[in-house]
Design a protein around this ligand. Structure first.
Ligand code: CS2
Length: 494
């Protein structure tokens, strides 16, 4: 009978010798960082960098307290609590080599639906210097086409009416900042770790829009005191599967929710903080005065590249990113999209050769150990594509550049939203806040070919651009007549 070592603080010493584990004293670490949205990406990225920092330097004030705002976050909170907030990062190399690293930087977790006051107090506590966020692209509550804050959101309305018992991230940020101001404490930094162009500026705009509606005086204080650094974040982190948990158990370690990731990781941050910051530069993060070119490069090449493969691949019947790259047609299509459409509208990035960057991306995507499911990539496409892909189309339309590779992806997204299946009729798992609206518009395509493009929250005024609509009409008509996406892709790359 196999005996397991349950992952917890006492058992750290009993883990297999190959496991890297915290050697620092976790009992006296303060949570200088409060993090909202403890998903896989936070655990493979910020928590990893911070663990490395705690391991290599004396930085006791920079532990992390995780926060879950929704009932759905209960599971991660309970799992972490049961394991003394420890978890295993399973780093999978392309050659099949696997590293196990137990991360110790998370030292607490609070669930807002259990006790919203406790969350506000935590964020308002003197020890908290940074509130960081991974709340997904959709979590910032802006209209993708206009970029303005959406006051129609029911939870936002609730928070404006009930500032002391908020539900949204905006309500928690303002309630805790108000408490700090009233107590004479300095503001914390609000640090976005999501894939949004100018994520700091965007967060600032949304927080100020909300705060202004709630309390104009407070909004003024936030405007003056809170820093919102922009940052580019990067580490491919697929969804943990039951097989990953079993493979870990086969080493003798029982961890209910490990995180899987690639070896590559990157974090480029603007050095503007309200109340101090960890020396993340000592563990590989890069601090720069302006992160814009890095962010754009990453979003328009990596994230857009993922979406290109995700939507086309789902219709074709591929399941993962690496299986797309192993298919020469998909690999060629991706490279053409990057070279012909995404790159010409990118500004040069200091110190980075874009050809090398793209080569490295394709190599990362091809990692056969990272089974990054296309369902994860296509998740919430309505909040991703406006920034990842539609922005590139709009800029190419303005400059007279090529749009055909990206336009086929929009046509494919219409087909995908309409049919909800691969070309062979296999059902796809579509998760999108706008799923019903996307489906309703897409399903009218045969009678009104531009119906999908009329979702103005996503496409803005693109439906009025004849160059685009001509190209789109041709592609969507052809795709509906022949959903063999490989043939459609071949006709584009010639
Ligand atoms: C992906 C990202 O969700 C997506 O569409 O492109 O999660 C991607 O894997 C990360 O940004 C990598 O850093």
């Amino acid at each position: 009978m196999t005996t397991f070592t349950e992952l917890n603080q006492d058992n750290l010493q009993h883990l297999p010798a190959s496991f890297v584990r915290p050697t620092y004293d976790r009992s006296n670490i303060k949570a200088g960082i409060v993090h909202i949205g403890v998903g896989g990406f936070h655990r493979s990225h910020e928590a990893f960098y911070t663990d490395e920092l705690l391991s290599t330097t004396d930085s006791k004030e920079w532990g992390i307290c995780g926060i879950g705002l929704r009932e759905a976050d209960r599971r991660i909170g309970d799992t972490l609590k049961q394991q003394d907030f420890l978890y295993t990062l399973i780093v999978k190399h392309p050659d099949g080599n696997v590293e196990h690293r137990v991360i110790g930087s998370i030292v607490d977790f609070l669930l807002a639906t259990d006790d919203s006051k406790a969350v506000i107090n935590k964020m308002a506590s003197e020890d908290t210097k940074i509130v960081s966020l991974t709340i997904t692209e959709g979590g910032y509550n802006f209209n993708p086409a206009t970029g303005e804050f959406d006051f129609n959101n029911a939870d936002v309305k609730h928070d404006l009416a009930n500032p002391e018992t908020p539900k949204t991230v905006f309500g928690f940020l303002t309630a805790s900042l108000k408490q700090r101001r009233d107590a004479g404490l300095p503001a914390f930094t609000i640090q976005s770790c999501d894939n949004i162009q100018h994520n700091g500026n965007m967060t600032r705009k949304m927080v100020l829009a909300f705060a202004n509606e709630q309390d104009a005086e407070l909004a003024k204080w936030i405007e003056q005191e809170v820093r919102f650094p922009n940052a580019m974040v990067d580490r491919i982190t697929p969804v943990t599967t039951p097989e990953d948990i079993e493979a870990l158990a086969a080493t003798g370690v029982k961890d209910a929710w490990p995180v899987v990731c690639e070896p590559f990781h990157q974090w480029v941050i603007e050095d503007t903080f309200s109340n101090g910051r960890p020396a993340w530069e000592n563990v590989g993060a890069q601090f720069v005065p302006d992160v814009t070119p890095y962010e754009t490069m990453k979003i328009r090449l990596l994230n857009a590249g993922h979406s290109v493969l995700g939507l086309l691949g789902s219709i074709h019947g591929h399941e993962t990113i690496d299986s797309c790259i192993a298919d020469p047609l998909f690999a060629t299509y991706l490279r053409r999209f990057m070279d012909i459409e995404a790159t010409p509208v990118l500004a040069p990035v200091e110190g980075i050769n874009l050809d090398d960057y793209k080569d490295a991306l394709i190599e990362r995507f091809s990692n056969p150990s990272i089974k990054d499911n296309l369902a994860r990539i296509c998740l919430e496409s309505s909040s991703k594509l406006p920034k990842f892909l539609i922005a590139t189309i709009a800029e190419n339309l303005a400059s007279g550049g090529s749009i055909r590779h990206a336009t086929l992806v929009i046509a494919a997204w219409c087909y995908y939203s309409d049919k909800g299946t691969s070309k062979d009729g296999v059902a796809l798992d579509i998760v999108d806040e706008m799923k019903d609206e996307l489906h309703a518009a897409a399903s009218k395509t045969t009678s009104d070919v531009l119906s999908f493009l009329r979702i103005s929250d996503i496409f803005g005024e693109l439906v009025d651009n004849k160059t685009f609509t001509d190209e789109y009409t041709r592609m969507v008509t052809s795709l509906y007549a022949n959903p063999n996406i490989a043939e459609q892709m071949t006709s584009i790359i010639g």
